[in-house]
Design a protein around this ligand. Structure first.
Ligand SMILES: Cc1cc2nc3c(=O)[nH]c(=O)nc-3n(C[C@H](O)[C@H](O)[C@H](O)COP(=O)(O)O)c2cc1C
Length: 277
């Protein structure tokens, strides 16, 4: 049930909602937008109809135009601010030993939830460890799981780096595996959705940038992803991730114990410009 409702007092019949609807299911024949019952199932729930309406006349799926933030152009961050945010994002590998307030974590996740997804499926699960004590316990379990693999000679070829990573932890307490992050975010996608892995990565990239704007550091964690998604399979169950979900990636986060003083110069990206010569 879409609950597609038009305020006929304010609707000006401009048809913008119909022309922007990716499913092309909004009909303007009567001058007022309608969606027939037979076409309702084609709606992907993107809410472009609500977002585009200049009069705020459209409601759908129980949301009203008042649930969103109005977008006058002077409200947008300017390009310099956005560029700075992108260039100031760096991997954080040193963290303060403290929990982030759960209201802040909820806010970071709420914003990340606005990331786009294939077919607007939005079938992601944000598995978050919001207590550093639990991260410490998980790290011990991860190391124990990796050690067991090594003992049983089951560490796959090409993964020998884990031997040194374990040694660094056991001998000096250097945490190369989780990089000392007090929190973990594991985004997984429903296997049957249109693009579970891509959706998860995009959500994490969104999370990371917004986190930077709130003074929260992040680290994309390939080693933890390998450990949790492949090498020590009990982790998926342990973290409460359903069997029919694929882990997209693991990200560590927390308040940084370091501060970067400047952006760097990455040089020009490699560009392949199509000319059809
Ligand atoms: C997919 C991916 C996996 C990564 N895995 C790790 C990792 O396991 N451990 C780590 O310390 N850094 C990891 N990184 C961080 C990269 O080393 C880092 O992004 C890169 O050196 C550029 O530095 P910057 O993020 O500070 O700009 C990963 C980054 C990406 C994008």
């Amino acid at each position: 049930m879409l609950d597609f409702t038009i305020d006929v007092e304010t609707c000006i019949g401009c048809g913008q909602c119909a022309s922007d609807c990716p499913a092309m299911i909004i009909d303007m024949e009567t001058g007022i937008p309608t969606i027939s019952k037979e076409l309702e199932s084609f709606c992907i729930g993107c809410m472009h109809c609500v977002a585009i309406c200049s009069e705020g006349s459209v409601q759908i799926l129980g949301y009203s135009p008042l649930d969103g933030i109005a977008l006058p152009s002077d409200k947008m961050p300017n390009p310099e601010q956005v560029e700075l945010l992108i260039k100031a994002r760096r991997s954080t590998r040193k963290y303060r030993d403290e929990n982030i307030d759960s209201a802040m974590i909820d806010k970071l996740l709420e914003v990340a939830g606005h990331a786009p997804s294939g077919h607007n499926d939005r079938e992601l699960l944000y598995t978050v460890v919001d207590d550093k004590g639990i991260v410490y316990d998980l790290r011990e379990e991860a190391f124990a799981g990796l050690e067991k693999l090594i003992e049983e000679e089951k560490l796959p070829e090409g993964m020998e780096m884990f031997i040194d990573i374990i040694e660094a932890w056991r001998k000096t307490g250097t945490d190369i595996l989780f990089r000392g992050a007090p929190h973990l975010l594991i985004v997984s996608g429903l296997q049957e959705s249109a693009s579970p892995l891509h959706d998860a990565i995009i959500a994490l990239a969104t999370f990371e940038l917004y986190a930077r704007s709130r003074g929260v550091g992040t680290i994309w964690n390939g080693l933890a992803t390998l450990t949790m998604a492949e090498l020590v399979p009990l982790f998926k169950k342990r973290l409460g991730i359903p069997d029919n979900h694929q882990i997209g990636y693991v990200m560590g986060f927390g308040y940084p114990a370091i501060q970067y003083e400047r952006t760097i110069n990455r040089g020009k990206p490699r560009i392949n410009r199509v000319t059809l010569k």
